[in-house]
Design a protein around this ligand. Sequence first.
Ligand code: FAD
Length: 378
Amino acid sequence: MDFNLTKQQEMVRKMVADFTENEIKPIAADTDRNSEYPADTIKQLFRYGVMGMIVPKEYGGAGADDICGAIAIEELSKQCASTGDIVATHNGLCCGPIIQHGTEDQKKKYLPMLTTGCKVGAFALTEPNAGSDASKGTTTAVLDGDHYVMNGSKIFITNGYVADIFVVFAMTDPSKGTKGISAFIVEKDFPGFAVGKHEEKMGLHGSPTAEIVFTDCIVPKENLLGVEGKGFNIAMQTLDGGRIGIAAQALGISEGAMKEAMDFTKSRVQFGKPISKFQNTQFKFADMEVAINAGKLLTYSAAAKKGTGARFTKEAAMAKLFCSENAMKITTEAVQMFGGYGYTKDYPVERMMRDAKITEIYEGTSEIQRIVISSNIL
Ligand SMILES: Cc1cc2nc3c(=O)[nH]c(=O)nc-3n(C[C@H](O)[C@H](O)[C@H](O)COP(=O)(O)OP(=O)(O)OC[C@H]3O[C@@H](n4cnc5c(N)ncnc54)[C@H](O)[C@@H]3O)c2cc1C
């Protein structure tokens, strides 16, 4: 495998890194403190072609490859994991399944909306009693002439109260178990669609998480994504791709926290010298550097494999598991290196630590990643 980034991948890194430094870093603390959706940032990311960047050019996207997609999320998450999450969900979980499973008509209608049309996308699978075991959802979609009637609710939906377009999973034939689940493209303006509870979270305060409720929601028949009964496969395939995005988000958080800790320990003097001069501190940075570089290899190689069209389920799970657990370790260590200052909101490392935690939970917990990896090797 060639580990050199292409010219396009390097360009994406530079463009998003500059944008993050100039536009996101100055507002990241307030976005967190005020639990504010960064609407202006997202508008700009549409203009820069980052929202929907993996969408083929003929449908309004940048036609970027999956490594570019991962790099963009990594760079954004160095300063603001919420922004990384909003983009990862839009690109990987909403545009992704429409690119992969949409009909030509669906692609022509929805992908331009999700790129040049500046409409935000979301992915709705989780329900109160169907989290890790996503097969146990009870939302139903019953065919009635030229439309489906959808009833039920979804929880913890990223972009929930700002999104216009949702990829939703519902039972079309409850007697068939997972083979009775189907996927749909649902617009927020469809009759019977409503946003429910807005979640208050430990971290990721700028990322809007909400409940979605369907009450006799009318979904046109032509909005079935893929064929009836294949929804569970579509959900699992989509999550494989999404996990590369979360690995990239976790990587970015780790890199951001490590940079903050390096800057701080170089200037903080105790016992007559900067704490970066203590070997204890230096060894911690050495371990962080190894973990971040190993995480990059796992993440970019999973993305490269996705790009070949080969199955990448195990690779994506390994990348997500490794990068998310290291993000938690690295951010916790960064807080420790800041001492008491790390525990205050004067520095970003406490936010990074809170934000890192979610990467071990969503799009499949660490336990679920271990199940996926072991079931692929045993
Ligand atoms: C901020 C946020 C954003 C989210 N965004 C979205 C979104 O956009 N769309 C969406 O559909 N969902 C979303 N989710 C839902 C998320 O994917 C689920 O929360 C996650 O998959 C875990 O499900 P659960 O919360 O029901 O936990 P549970 O499944 O109840 O798990 C609880 C604990 O039990 C463990 N466990 C469960 N089963 C096993 C097992 N077989 N073996 C060992 N341990 C097990 C889990 O690892 C976990 O530690 C989001 C969640 C959050 C918090």
